[in-house]
Design a protein around this ligand. Sequence first.
Ligand code: SF4
Length: 332
Amino acid sequence: MALIDLAHVAGRAPFRTLWTRAEARRLYDLPFADLMFEAQTVHRRNFDPNRVQMSKLLSIKTGGCAEDCGYCSQSARMPGEKMKASKLMEVERVLAEAQKAKDGGATRYCMGAAWRSPKDRDMDMVVAMVEGVKAMGMETCMTLGMLTPQQALTLKDAGLDYYNHNLDTSERYYSEIITTRTFADRLETLDNVRSAGMKVCAGGILGMGETIDDRVDMLVTLANMDEAPESVPVNMLIPIPGTKLENAEPIDALDFVRTIALARIMMPESHVRLAAGRTEMSDETQALCFLAGVNSIFVGETLLTADNPGEDHDGNLLRRLGIQPEELDSAS
Ligand code: SF4
């Protein structure tokens, strides 16, 4: 890990640790037990290892998206049969769903819309959703695509705690997966979110045909931000028929766990979330992910449009592992 003197950069801590790919790759390639030991050590230094933050995700506008993300069934540009586009959900329905999530133990409510970016005419409804969920005492998160600085400020003023905007993969591999926007566009929105004073949720998807160096590079980009994202979702690709990546080679489960461990070590204070793909994972793989430093999951039957293990299955797994839900005040 290189210690770089940034004292000359106004507004920054005098010394800041920046990761290099070589250093991160050295960790990734450690013998598995050594990597897990490092990750557990970092995890226990920063978190209660037996607590996991629970988020619930709702799709507030599904399908018909103008972007061409190769993994996504909501793209209007996917090669196969397209998903029907829905309208933006009514505020009352969103709030009713949020109440159910709260009653089920969720402490954070995430709302996602299949948009390239929100239109100004949609902002009033989106703001009402944030205000309503916030008034229930839950944390709020949204993922609406690219944001202008003004839209980010509007959401912040409404009480939005987190904005999700994933990097998906490395800068090098990005154009293989998405052509309708660039990696730099992604970073710009993350910058707008941070500048508005919101917390950042940003991670990626593994199993899209990327190399190990792509995975490492994505984590280096996230960890080297001025402030690392508070929340880092790591998804395992669910290949969806009709998408560009329908025949992608599945990622080896141990490689997936290695990437989680690396994220934990490089972003010690972030919540690392095991996001999409849990239905395809064995309980044992999920247990290894918790050991590697995962401390956040999505709960509920569906994740936007993908399957997610139901509450019964999750409850059973967490009970067998002795894991408790994290209380709100320590969650980030
Ligand atoms: S991932 Fe999001 S931006 Fe990309 S096609 Fe799907 S809904 Fe649109």
